[in-house]
Design a protein around this ligand. Structure first.
Ligand code: T46
Length: 147
């Protein structure tokens, strides 16, 4: 069933948590490590990060990818990640800097409810390609339900 409450268990298809190892050095900070094909299930060709999320009402994403594989992390602050596989939706609160979420192909995703100082980092298995985006929700839903 659709459940839009923020939850910790990922139940939609084409997603899941990934955990990164971290070393807590007390007052000297915390070091987090991401190794491609070890901590996430693909090679990394591109990394991007999103900063200056000054407006809590901002909303990013609102698309799915046809083939791109990604993992998204909240490396500072918090935000809500909305996930929709075409059948089920859920919201996941992102706030642990060593816990990421896989954004596999055909997963509609939105990012919203950003805290001040929120920083997102995304790793992707391919270079940027505008053709890979599905930005129309109805088109996505029909496509997802045909698979
Ligand atoms: C995604 C979510 C999680 C590029 O030219 N190269 C790039 O590698 C990226 C990521 C973006 N852009 C351009 C395309 C747009 O003109 O940057 C502009 C903003 O991108 P967009 O509106 O797609 O940003 P978000 O935050 O909605 O989505 C981004 C990624 O684009 C997307 O793949 O899954 O983060």
């Amino acid at each position: 069933m659709n459940d839009n409450k923020v939850s910790d268990k990922i139940s939609v298809n084409n997603s899941g948590w990934v955990s990164l190892r971290q070393f807590d050095d007390g007052n000297d900070g915390t070091l987090c490590i991401l190794e491609a094909q070890r901590d996430i299930p693909f090679e990394v060709k591109r990394v991007y990060y999103i900063t200056n999320l000054q407006n809590a009402r901002s909303c990013r994403g609102k698309h799915a990818h046809k083939t791109l594989r990604q993992a998204i992390f909240c490396i500072s602050g918090s935000f809500v990640l909305g996930l929709d596989d075409g059948y089920n939706r859920q919201d996941v609160r992102m706030w642990r800097n060593n816990q990421g979420v896989l954004l596999e192909p055909m997963l509609w995703h939105t990012m919203s409810d950003f805290s001040s100082g929120c920083v997102l980092m995304v790793v992707a298995n391919e270079y940027y390609d505008a053709i890979d985006y599905i930005r129309n929700y109805e088109e996505f839903r029909q496509y997802a339900r045909k698979l």
